[in-house]
Ligand binder design. Sequence first.
Ligand SMILES: [Zn+2]
Length: 506
Amino acid sequence: MKNALFQSDIKSLKLLNRGKVRDIYEVDKDHLLIVTTDRLSAFDVVLPTPIPGKGAVLTAVANFWFGRLQHIIPNQLTGIDPASVVAESEREQVIDRAIVVKKLKPLPIEAIVRGYLVGSGWKEYKKEGSVCGIALPAGLCEADRLPEPLFTPSTKAEMGAHDENISYEKAEELLGKELAAKVRDVCIALYKEAAAFALDKGIIIADTKFEFGQDDEGKLYLIDEALTPDSSRFWPADQYQPGSNPPSFDKQYVRDWLEASGWNKKAPGPELPADVVAKTTEKYRLALRYLTQSHIEKLVSGYVRFRKNTYEKNQALFERLTRQGQSPKTIVVGCCDSRVDPAIVTDCDPGDLFIIRNVANLVPPFEKSGNFHGTSAALEFGVCHLEVENIIVLGHAQCGGIQALLNQATETTQQDGFISGWMNVASHARNRVLSRMPEKPMEEQARACEHEAILVSLDNLLTFPWILERVASKKLALHGWYFDMDRGELLRYNPASNRFEAFLVQ
Ligand SMILES: [Zn+2]
């Protein structure tokens, strides 16, 4: 790891400002160099201990968002390589942590967007029922998601002072009506898009702060740092629970340590111990990795979190589930398009169900020849060895497998092996529907075919001798269920009426 950079020292350029975290230099009359150091500020005090790599992480995260959001608003980036504007001996200080930006006139406000009820917003809500004077519905908990993201501007304080929230009307006074409205709309659009993207990556962006600048023509740009852990509250989505303040990716770890240390929150701040520095470094890296990682990396890091947060803390639960998993009482033959999860639909414990999936929940007929088939093998194991008491064939609305089946122009297909076998099984369902309702709209045919596929499977189940025998002796019951996703309704097949009927809901 590279050494931490507490303060940059670039003599070839004129230093304009040292902020809490950023050192700003003038490149020429149109450009600035912004160096993001490894300084960490907490409670508005810059701490004496830098966090190695933090500047590089913040730069990477901000650049990532600038690129991702530039269709909403242009940004300050120029694409100029920072190494090209400093002396050779100074390059080490700018690699990965600096950007060359357009020199713009910053707006005199900080544009804060809040998507969740937390921090000072929560404190105000508890007392006044509002956030920055904006009234909110009663009954919200700490960390609840707000009905709509709120734009809550504040003034820009000088270093060492606290920013002060201002009303939207005050922002209009400072910016003018038109510009204030534009800033507000851009902020909400930026937040919404970023929050949705991050959530998909496992991060909740609870709130964030944007800054804007204008060029000589008055055109608006996104400046400063966009959506970094320093300018936003990032929460791991899997640990989010309304009613309590979730653990944060960002400085919360340091803040907690500082609170516990008894420091009076006035400069100078205390040195941080090595383990706090290491932990904080890791948190910053984690935020970057979450945002930019691929799906498979997400799975692996999800597993690592699962092990640390769930498995190691809750081994008893897993032992229980493992035992339950050995003795399910029910097999569910579901569709391999897994939008309908049987365990979720029936709200049962993991392990209660032995789930077998096949295209459109189809069960092939028993084959004496003993041709190996995954569904048959799983059924045999469940019925003969685990001795389940029920088999549910669970069909569902909007089934992609059924759509594919109906779209086949002819019954004969050139495909070999499993698919042709499946088409063969499925063609019974398809033929029954097409002969019964040749003229009906596709949607109705699909629904009928989804029902028929369940009946075909129920018929085929009875071709297995060991299923037939157990059904006859009442050790095993067969059920046909259909989940209508549009209505959230579970139907069951009633052989007496030959119809799918709703379960009675108490
Ligand atoms: Zn399906």
